[in-house]
Design a protein around this ligand. Sequence first.
Ligand code: 5AD
Ligand code: SF4
Length: 474
Amino acid sequence: MKEELEILETATNQTLHGEDNKTTTTDTHTGKQRKLYIESYGCQMNFADSEIVAAVMMENGYDTTSDFSQADVVFLNTCSIRDNAEQRIRARLKQINAVKREKNNMTVGVLGCMAERLKSQLLDQEKVVDLVAGPDSYRDIANLVAQVDEGHRAINVYLSREETYADITPLRLDSNGVTAYITIMRGCDNMCSFCVVPFTRGRERSRDADSIVKEAQDLFEKGYREVTLLGQNVDSYKWQSNDGVQQVNFAQLLEKVALVHHDLRVRFCTSHPKDITDEVLYTIKNHENICNYIHLPVQSGNTRILELMNRTYTREWYMNRIDAIKNIIGDDCGISTDIITGFCSETEEEHQDTLSMLEYAKYDYAYMFSYSERPNTPAAKKLKDDISDAVKKRRLNEVQQKLNDISLVRNKSDIGKTYKVLIEGFSKRSDADLYGRTSHNKMVIFPKQNFVKGQYVNVLITDCSKATLLGKDV
Ligand code: 5AD
Ligand code: SF4
């Protein structure tokens, strides 16, 4: 049973930018003339963007379909974070174009980071798409489709300094009706040397706080019980009302959303170690419905490598932030991280520093990657990608192994404890079981009894696997 549970976990444990994730559209039937199919790759931000795109397209005469061969318009919302993400999308474009050749009228578009990174390449040189739309062009998406219908080239890769889509209510796709994402900011100003995001998503900008609170209220009224506030670097959220009266930082925004209703759980992703403040930690501590869970990417445990990565903190600074989390919120706060192995010039000793950081932070979960050089990033321009694939992979395996050992110990320490779980749906394995998550973001599976999705239930933990807890209600 435990192995099967792990399959379920990978399907639901989404990272902010893991290229392994993919979701498709669900069907809507509102009597519209044309059909849209969207497939989203990569981070939660992309999934949230697809919901904006679907909302705009619905306004313009489209229903969504879950079968791409039935669609008039097929969009792939893409990810560029690592090379294999892009390879996967190219393979998918081949399959879609094979179906398109059999159908007369199908428009194929590429959206998101790969559209922004490659600009007109997929349209003009490779000729594998009809339409290219970068992350800040989605208000224009129906016009772009209309241009294709009229036989024109359609591309918009303009990056904005202001666009936040604040006034567009997302069309919730692939939703369990309990948990939803709310985008609170876009872009990133950090310039980590390995990262393509600042080039594909542009400058950082924060969304109107009132519109965020309103979206949370609407979701609560529709029965949702958890929102995740999304941004590349949520701790640098900063918004000021036009009259200058309201100034809102991230801790204040968290509090405003938490006050929408005590039964609405609030999560957020992603924090940056250089920016996460004690004020945020105290805000989490002071509100029961702000989840005790922080995703705090470390990338490397070695100060020299962190400097080459331009992460702007040291090993000691990061450890201090972990201490602050444990001191202010407590040992029960879930912590996860992102790690890159085999970054330029990383020595075995420096890799050991990453392994010892896992021990220090006692992560519940980590998203681990081997370094993939991305064209035109500062690292690609200035540093040599000189660690062999074999060494990168071996280091990655060592990190994964250590993380497994640590998180199993963490999970075992949950046995015998009782947690408040928000029910998200049926266990994939059996309709006799439900699954949900604790505040510290652990997946829990327990017998259904008379409980339903969207309810809170207290569950006594009786057993565990690598990343899932098993229990029974008390
Ligand atoms: N190679 C490998 N991993 C990367 N990430 C970002 N850029 C790269 C890259 N070029 C990882 C980082 C980041 C996560 C979202 O993806 O760990 O936190
Ligand atoms: Fe990329 Fe760094 Fe920005 Fe994250 S914080 S999106 S890793 S540049």
